[in-house]
Ligand binder design. Structure first.
Ligand SMILES: Cc1cc2nc3c(=O)[nH]c(=O)nc-3n(C[C@H](O)[C@H](O)[C@H](O)COP(=O)(O)O)c2cc1C
Length: 195
């Protein structure tokens, strides 16, 4: 049985100027520290182009450099959490681009979600991502954290004051991620995933 601490890649989806994403990311990582070995992957710093490569020729040299830094971080992760806002009833293009640039790195690994937005709290973005990750052979965990109308939840310091319900959801999400991450890691080690 795997008893060591597992690696969780936290994917920061929004790359918008003036974005709220860092506040939500800080709120979540404060709760995930200790439960997982965290690697925060901020897509605003990833420099991943939109133009996917031709199968034959592969990425150009500049993109190959970007991928050489980025892809091993996804490869190493035992689990993922996507921090996502809702844009026009779905997720930002930046997270789809990261997903599309990769394939095996998602397979037989769990994915959790922390979302935020207006009245729906990003739930529509998460529902769409669940379908995308199913195509990548990833397992999305049921529990999720959602901040609806997050501007009403800000503390005096501008941080997310959150709520007891959000704390409970984060705790359950982390427990479910840990269960799936350990189970799937053990399964992958026993035999290769049948993609
Ligand atoms: C292009 C765009 C579309 C948006 N569409 C929605 C939406 O459909 N539903 C919603 O609840 N909020 C929507 N919003 C509000 C965002 O959830 C809010 O601006 C949030 O702060 C965006 O996250 P970010 O600041 O980290 O980029 C939209 C914002 C943008 C910029």
């Amino acid at each position: 049985m795997t008893t060591d601490i597992l690696r969780l890649a936290v994917l920061v989806s929004s790359v918008r100027q003036g974005r709220f994403a860092p506040v939500v990311t800080g709120w979540f990582t404060a709760r995930a520290e200790g439960a997982f070995d965290l690697d925060v992957i901020d897509l605003a710093e990833a420099d991943l182009p939109l133009s996917l490569p031709d199968r034959e020729s592969g990425p150009d040299a500049a993109t190959a450099d970007v991928l050489a830094r980025l892809t091993p971080r996804l490869e190493r992760a035992d689990a993922f959490v996507v921090i996502t806002p809702e844009y026009n009833h779905s997720y930002p293009a930046s997270i789809k681009n990261l997903i599309d640039w990769h394939f095996t790195q998602w397979q037989a690994k769990p994915v959790g979600f922390v979302s935020y937005g207006g009245i729906s709290g990003g739930l529509r973005a998460v529902e769409h991502l669940r379908g995308v990750f199913a195509e990548m052979h990833a397992v999305t965990v049921r529990e999720q954290v959602s901040f609806a109308n997050y501007w009403e939840l800000l503390g005096e310091d501008g941080g997310l004051a959150g709520s007891e319900a959000a704390d409970t959801a984060a705790k359950t999400l982390l427990e479910q991620l840990d269960w799936w991450a350990r189970s799937l890691k053990e399964a992958r080690e026993k035999r290769p995933y049948a993609a």
